[in-house]
Ligand binder design. Sequence first.
Ligand code: A2P
Length: 342
Amino acid sequence: VRVAVVGATGAVGRQFVSILEERSFPVDELVLLASERSAGMRIPFRGRDLTVQALSDQGLGGVHLALLSAGGDVSRRMVPSAAESGTVCVDNSSAFRMHPDVPLVIPEVNGQVLDADPRPRIIANPNCTAIAVVMAVGPLHRVAGLTSLIVSSYQSVSGTGMKGVRELVEQVEKLHGQEEELSHPERGALPIGEVFPRTIAYNVIPQCDQFVDGWTIEERKLAAESRKILDLPELRVAATAVRVPVVVGHSVSIHATFSGPLSPADARRVLAEAPGIRLVDDPERGEYPTPLDVAGIDDVLVGRIRQPEGEPNTLLLFACDDNLRKGAALNAVQIAERLYAS
Ligand code: A2P
């Protein structure tokens, strides 16, 4: 397969390259594309250094499969014409996710939509937080019928790309040694960068993306995408998306209600068998998911499974995904694997 990675120098783009190599995806030729700023940069792939090229309008000619993570504007510009000329585009931006003709896919949950005839040429990769939530509740929905979700997220800075990681690191360095002052900070002197609306070091920010009518775009994405992936247009979803000073790994606290009873023990049995899930649920022994435990691995970690007293149809769960891997690049490569498997 002749493959292009668009946004190859970015946080997700780099993961595309290493995951294609790790999983021995049948790549005949790999084209690495980014902005003009990065042209000439070299990125290793299968023991060789490949040179990054500037994305031009002809950039995807002759490419069979494009994995894109260079932002919505680039995807909107490149994807329709590339798909028209035969390139299969797996797009990590939000540009096409809610388009009625574009499948939005987590292979373990709704991979069957990729088997449609004719095969889709544009496939959207879901939002990284939606992937964590739907991976955790999808298997439970199959046995007990999900009716509502209340979610709080704890999202790492790499969700905003490399620039978000740099902003956190710079602020941590600036505030180093000022632990005393942070108990009564001079608010005007706190570092503010260009990515996050408030200081992200030593803080949490209940704003991911812009507000629209009181909800952030991230919160709206989580609701709309969960409904689409689970094929539950009426699912009630309310989310609070929070940015935390973690480099990699998104965490979600989930309050899920089902149409029938589901005990924590049954939920554990179902999740222990579910593909792509690792149950980490022995709190007495200190076993529960954390972002540092999930960073760099493929599975979504799920634990802290509990039932509120007198509510047999409700469960609480805590889950973490590596937002760059299962939350982005790995999921996209799994989509490509399924498309090219047959
Ligand atoms: P570059 O590194 O040259 O800016 P991240 O998500 O980590 O911010 O990375 C975004 C990726 O998208 C980077 O590879 C970036 O390239 C790429 N990118 C951003 N804007 C464009 C553009 N207009 N054309 C091509 N690639 C772009």
